[in-house]
Design a binder for this molecule. Structure first.
Ligand code: ADP
Ligand code: MG
Length: 259
């Protein structure tokens, strides 16, 4: 008899498909996200990475399959209620509210966890003083001094850090990051990688999509590779990037995509 205890995955997707008309953006994907690990998804442009994150976060309806969070099916949960479950995300394109300063944009994350965002317009909810979770998120993302700036006054890389701070301020149990370092320089990327690993060491389960293979090697504990909507490999980052199917997925599309 084995004495090994099998932990419940933070998230499980079972045979998940998302079709847009005839386009099979995600097809039969089964994966588990384990507690305290940084998981990555790699794959060429158009391989279904963002659609899979959309499906997991309930923004995009499933065509088929099952989703479980901490062992419980949650397909019936609306996207707006995902924060209440403890699922935070950043988007591939920055989605900050232009009329709110950095502090208030991050405060929205902290409020979302409380499930308040839907009920009240933001200007009636914002608190006069920032919550400790917001101060902590600002510090950890290196945004000290930027609190009173508006998104349009920030570089793209700094806007992305505000997005990450907003997600962290939610104190999530699962953090999904869709190309969080797009538009950042090398040293900014290294800082984000460090931050994600610190959060991992504190026990936060993450799912990261990035094009920078070196960053994925440096950051992830476990990697899934997608091509044409399907999972084609999974394992340690070093093993997955060496996988012949993965190499072919990138080489086979060279010239057609800039992935
Ligand atoms: P990735 O993030 O890996 O670059 P996406 O998930 O964005 O890939 O896209 C996967 C495929 O699904 C692409 O062919 C894309 O054009 C298509 N797709 C994504 N979203 C939609 C949508 N809302 N409607 C129709 N097709 C979509
Ligand atoms: Mg994408």
């Amino acid at each position: 008899m084995s004495t090994t205890t099998v932990s419940t995955p933070v998230l499980e997707a079972r045979d998940v498909s998302v079709h847009f008309g005839g386009i099979k953006a995600v097809e039969g994907v089964t994966l588990r996200l384990e507690p305290g690990l940084i998981h990555g998804i790699i794959g060429p442009n158009g391989s279904g990475k963002s659609t899979l994150i959309g499906a997991i976060t309930r923004l995009t309806p499933l065509t088929h399959g099952e989703l479980l969070f901490a062992g419980e099916p949650y397909q019936g949960t609306r996207a707006s209620a995902m924060a209440g479950l403890g699922v935070a995300r950043t988007f591939q394109t920055v989605r900050l509210l232009p009329d709110l300063n950095v502090r208030d944009n991050i405060q929205l994350g902290a409020d979302a966890r409380l499930g308040e965002v839907e009920q009240l317009p933001w200007h009636r909810r914002l608190r006069p003083t920032e919550s400790p979770a917001v101060a902590e998120a600002i510090r950890r993302t290196g945004l000290d001094g930027w609190e009173d700036y508006f998104p349009s006054e920030l570089s793209y890389g700094t806007q992305r850090r505000v997005e990450i701070a907003r997600a962290i301020a939610m104190d999530p149990r699962l953090l999904l990051l869709d190309e969080p370092t797009a538009g950042m320089n090398q040293s900014e990327r290294a800082e984000i990688s460090r931050l994600l690993r610190d959060l991992r060491d504190e026990g936060l389960c993450q799912l990261l999509v990035e094009h920078d293979v070196q960053m994925m090697l440096d950051t992830c504990d476990y990697v899934f590779a997608m091509n044409f909507g399907k999972l084609i490999a999974e394992g340690t980052p070093a093993a997955v990037v060496q996988d012949p199917l993965v190499q072919e997925a990138y080489l086979g599309r060279k010239g057609r995509h800039n992935a």
